[in-house]
Design a binder for this molecule. Structure first.
Ligand code: FAD
Length: 381
């Protein structure tokens, strides 16, 4: 990361043809180093050695937004690969999982819709209706990350509107070139439309016909599979955020030591020392909370409270630490002379995607209160 990815960031950020070629070159180096696709085990085509190892690795990969792409474990492909590995049939694995993990194709995950609240996906409107041996899908999605240029999407669609709310939806694999799939536009997110993998797209599905054999897992298991994807996925996000936080922290400390004012370096100012001390404590708290959650998941626990707590806490710390680093850099912090402005822009979405802060706070509070109401109390250990 330090020698090959970070120095190449300005070239990668241009997202032009030269950047695409550079990504491929760096991917080749990662493969040669035996580090390709660390999110899945060798039997799925990766080099993964378990959930915790991957969590630790993400702390380094996450230092650059390009890290995940270079190591072949970028969102949303990594999460899609994990659920294809867990729930896919042999045919689905051969057709979709192998080339996905191999890096020959990309994918997207199409759940959120503009018309209904993404934080309450039981309200989804996209329908898949059975017609003979096919599903016929009609719906409107947005924020389908990476849809531009992807080979297939995993679409969350309501297949049984009368079932209980969490049994209504099914995940269906939809090849992107199926007639009726319209990638309408990459949405401009905080001034950035992106290209290919870095897009967040609006997608319309009109009479999209795919075979029922494209169902991922059981009919009605959409939410169950989404939960399997999101729980560990959130830990991986946060570990990548830890890489971002530490990078911003290092930039802040280094710049504070080097920037001279008439009364001495910025590092001598108490306000800046407070920012450094607060950032240190918050980053360390995030790190230990994340590892605690990761150990619990590794031991077979779902760790719902721990995962939700770290999701909302770390998302705010990420924004705060980068923002302080920007402030220490003054106007330079807003330019592309440091990676901070781009990091801040990327960081803000963390408080919204994979569940907004408010929803995760609610999960934490409700579960803890339930434990108290049952007379169990809460065991912090
Ligand atoms: C960068 C980025 C990438 C994304 N990638 C994908 C993707 O690849 N695929 C995909 O399907 N989706 C993706 N999303 C969408 C994301 O999952 C949704 O934005 C998220 O679930 C929130 O849904 P919403 O935007 O509809 O907000 P809403 O659900 O409408 O919520 C709006 C706001 O209301 C408040 N709120 C909501 N519920 C509560 C509550 N219970 N209590 C208090 N306040 C509440 C929160 O402040 C929230 O931010 C992405 C989003 C971003 C920003």
């Amino acid at each position: 990361m330090a020698e090959r990815v970070l120095p190449n960031e300005p070239a990668l950020d241009r997202e032009d043809e030269a950047a695409d070629a550079l990504v491929e070159q760096l991917r080749g180096e990662v493969r040669a180093a035996g580090l390709w696709a660390p999110h899945v085990p060798p039997e799925a085509g990766g080099t993964g050695t378990g959930f915790l190892d991957y969590a630790y690795l993400n702390e380094h990969i996450g230092r650059s937004m390009w890290g995940q792409r270079v190591f072949g474990c970028q969102a949303p492909d990594a999460g899609n690969a994990e659920i294809l590995h867990m729930f896919g049939t042999d045919d689905q694995k051969e057709r979709w999982l192998q080339p996905l993990v191999g890096g020959q194709i990309r994918s997207f995950f199409s759940m959120t819709e503009p018309e209904v609240p993404g934080s309450d996906p039981t309200t989804l409107r996209t329908r898949a209706v059975r017609d003979g041996d096919d599903w016929v899908i009609d719906g409107h999605k947005w924020f389908s990350s990476g849809a531009e240029g992807a080979a297939f999407g995993i679409v969350m669609a309501v297949t049984d509107p009368d079932a209980d709310p969490h049994g209504r939806a099914t995940q269906i694999i939809v090849p992107a070139d199926t007639p009726g799939v319209d990638i309408v536009r990459p949405i401009v997110v905080m001034g950035h439309a992106g290209k290919g993998w870095s897009t967040h797209c609006e997608v319309r599905y009109t009479g999209v016909r795919v075979p029922v054999s494209n169902t991922l897992g059981a009919k009605g298991a959409g939410f169950l599979i989404a939960q399997k994807r999101l729980g560990p996925g959130r830990i991986h996000h946060v570990m990548r955020w830890l890489g971002q936080m530490q990078r911003a922290f290092e930039l802040m400390c280094t710049y504070a030591l080097g920037r001279e004012t008439s009364s001495g370096p910025l590092s001598g100012k108490q306000t800046i020392q407070n920012w450094i001390a607060d950032s240190y404590a918050e980053i360390q708290a995030c790190r230990l909370m994340t590892l605690d959650a990761a150990h619990k998941i590794d031991g077979g626990d779902e760790a719902r409270v721990e995962v939700s707590a770290i999701k909302f806490f770390a998302a705010q710390v990420l924004v705060d630490v980068i923002d302080r680093a920007v402030q220490v850099h003054g106007a330079r912090g807003l330019t592309d002379e440091t990676p901070l402005a781009s990091m801040l822009m990327q960081a803000r979405g963390g408080r919204i995607y994979d569940g907004p802060d408010e929803v995760h706070r609610q999960v934490v509070a409700k579960r803890i209160l339930k434990a108290f109401a049952n007379g169990e109390g809460w065991d912090f250990a």
